[in-house]
Design a binder for this molecule. Structure first.
Ligand code: GRF
Length: 197
């Protein structure tokens, strides 16, 4: 399977995915695309020999559709079977995601369906949750909706700041996403559950 990975920043999840896609893994990266030309993950992707593309969303102010048309063109050129959003910070319209229904995944730093949207770590702390974590889900027209394909749980510890929590969750993202993609690429929808929490 050909996998396109969409990033906006450092791309640590993209790196984890790309590093996993070797040997008998049922998928290979075919493109890393960023909405930001300065995304650090672009350099890393190039160093890893992965094709890259940039569609700078700042060139499409108030023109979400125009931005998505360019993204669609870049994706169609790469012919992915699967798209992985990995630290991609643009909301995609339902029209765009409908074109990739059943083929697009995202990793979100919360135990969905809790805390869809932003500032997930701070919200978990405010709620006094004993556990937190990350989820990989299929992307639908609903923000951070869609079927959950895997989760990793970590404990919330006394005195945790949002950054402490993010730092505890991130390594689990790097384990979870490659594990979920492996099953998804081989047609196995059995959820991946990691961590004791
Ligand atoms: C991470 O915090 C992750 O939870 C979210 O985006 C952030 C950056 O990810 N998906 P990455 O390092 O760019 O993959």
């Amino acid at each position: 399977k050909r996998v396109a990975i969409l990033i906006s920043g450092g791309g640590s999840n993209m790196v984890a995915l790309a590093r996993a896609m070797t040997d008998d893994y049922p998928a290979r990266p075919c493109l890393v695309l960023s909405n930001r030309p300065d995304a650090g993950g672009l350099d890393t992707a190039r160093d890893m020999g992965i094709a890259t593309a940039v569609v700078d969303h700042r060139n499409f102010k108030n023109d979400r559709h125009g931005f998505e048309l360019e993204v669609q063109k870049a994706l169609e050129a790469a012919k992915p079977d699967i798209i992985c959003l990995a630290g991609f910070m643009r909301i995609l319209t339902p029209e765009f995601t409908a074109g990739w229904a059943g083929k697009m995944l995202n990793i979100h730093p919360s135990l969905l369906p809790k805390y869809k949207g932003l500032h997930t770590h701070a919200r978990a702390l405010e709620a006094g949750d004993a556990q937190h974590g990350c989820s990989v889900h299929e992307v639908t027209g609903e923000l951070d909706g869609g079927r959950v394909l895997g989760q990793a749980r970590v404990p919330v510890l006394a005195g945790d700041t949002p950054d402490d929590l993010a730092a505890r969750v991130l390594p689990f993202e790097h384990q979870l996403y490659p594990a979920v993609l492996k099953r998804f690429a081989s047609g196995d929808a059995t959820p991946v559950m990691l961590g004791g929490g």
